[in-house]
Ligand binder design. Structure first.
Ligand SMILES: Cc1cc2nc3c(=O)[nH]c(=O)nc-3n(C[C@H](O)[C@H](O)[C@H](O)COP(=O)(O)OP(=O)(O)OC[C@H]3O[C@@H](n4cnc5c(N)ncnc54)[C@H](O)[C@@H]3O)c2cc1C
Length: 295
């Protein structure tokens, strides 16, 4: 019997241990560097064609500018190296954007949470990345950094414009995700649902986050975002507009489910059929809207 053919794991030819941001962006400047943070995705994917940007492995784990959570001017800056465990434990973040801690609590295992970074979750650009629906609901932006004329240059891209396809984003190969920025929005309703064969240690078949100002059976200024139902994590903006500030009676909930169904485009794969993904998405949205309505 013929054995399956595996590609040999690419051998990195060069290793850079960056100890500040200048060194990190300099090592990526020619587009031939592959950053590594927690390594929880990269070590699994590095044998897949196209997963490695270049043959220079750039360790960014020791870059102080990419660490820590800081609040200023009504926004919270979450450094790219902040781990899921740190998100779970940060009191300011719990107040400012509780949806993030709720989702981090469903992320993998304690061991993976200790290593997995928010920057890696964003940069990996998986349609199923767990933190993306919550970050879309939190109106997050991504801060990108690169070397330009010997200095560090940064730009900010809203998360809703960041992803361009499975594993693809507007991030150039010479850019690092430096931080994720979320506006401080305390007191908003926050719901997160995720389906996998196991509660947390699993790639989601479907995940959904929902936020908004909940009162009197209505959800005002809502955000509804899904993972694993389209080529990128998506917000359902038509569904949001439909329910914004209106009484969530049975008829409106039914129309919301229909509208959402038209906004998603799930695929069938070994994890779930298209029908099952649509069924999960409808179930989660209905459950959350009823929860808001019934207090
Ligand atoms: C057992 C297991 C369970 C998992 N469970 C979950 C889960 O429940 N939910 C979930 O969403 N994911 C899960 N994952 C996937 C993974 O843990 C996350 O995507 C994690 O956030 C990746 O972060 P990292 O720091 O480990 O990234 P790395 O593996 O270091 O990097 C991932 C990719 O992003 C690039 N990269 C990393 N940091 C940056 C940066 N700052 N700027 C630019 N590029 C960068 C790397 O070059 C690489 O291509 C799981 C993985 C494993 C192994």
């Amino acid at each position: 019997m013929a054995l399956p053919q595996f590609q040999a794991a690419p051998q990195f030819e060069e290793y850079v241990n960056a100890t500040d941001l200048s060194a990190a962006v300099a090592a990526l400047a020619d587009g031939q560097g592959t950053p590594v943070a927690g390594g929880t995705d990269l070590w699994v994917q590095k044998e897949l064609p196209g997963a490695v940007a270049g043959d220079r492995l750039v360790n960014i784990k020791n870059v102080p500018e990419l660490k820590g959570i800081a609040a200023a001017d009504g926004r919270i800056r979450i450094g790219a190296l902040v781990t899921m465990t740190e998100i779970l434990g940060d009191g300011r973040l719990k107040d400012a954007a509780p949806i993030l801690a709720i989702a981090a609590d469903r992320f993998a295992s304690v061991q993976i949470r200790n290593a997995a970074t928010i920057g890696g979750n964003v940069a990996n650009a998986s349609p199923a990345a767990d933190m993306m629906p919550p970050l879309l609901c939190a109106d997050a932006a991504v801060e990108l950094a690169r070397e330009e004329g010997g200095a560090i240059s940064t730009r900010e891209v809203t998360l809703s414009e960041f992803f361009t396809g499975p594993g693809r984003s507007v991030r150039e190969s010479n850019e690092l995700v430096a931080a994720v920025i979320v506006p401080i929005q305390p007191g908003r309703y926050a719901g997160f649902c995720k389906s996998g064969p196991r509660p947390a240690l699993e790639i989601a078949r479907v995940s959904m986050a929902i936020t908004g100002e909940a009162a009197g059976g209505k959800l005002t200024n809502p955000r509804i975002a899904f993972g694993a139902v389209a080529p990128t994590p998506i917000r359902c903006t038509q569904t949001e507009a439909l329910i914004d500030g209106k009484p969530l009676d049975d008829e409106l909930i039914a129309r919301a489910l229909e509208t959402m169904d038209g906004e998603i485009s799930p695929i069938a794969d070994h994890r779930a059929s298209e029908w099952y993904r649509r069924h999960l998405a409808r179930t989660y949205l209905e459950q959350e809207l009823r929860h808001v309505r019934d207090g």
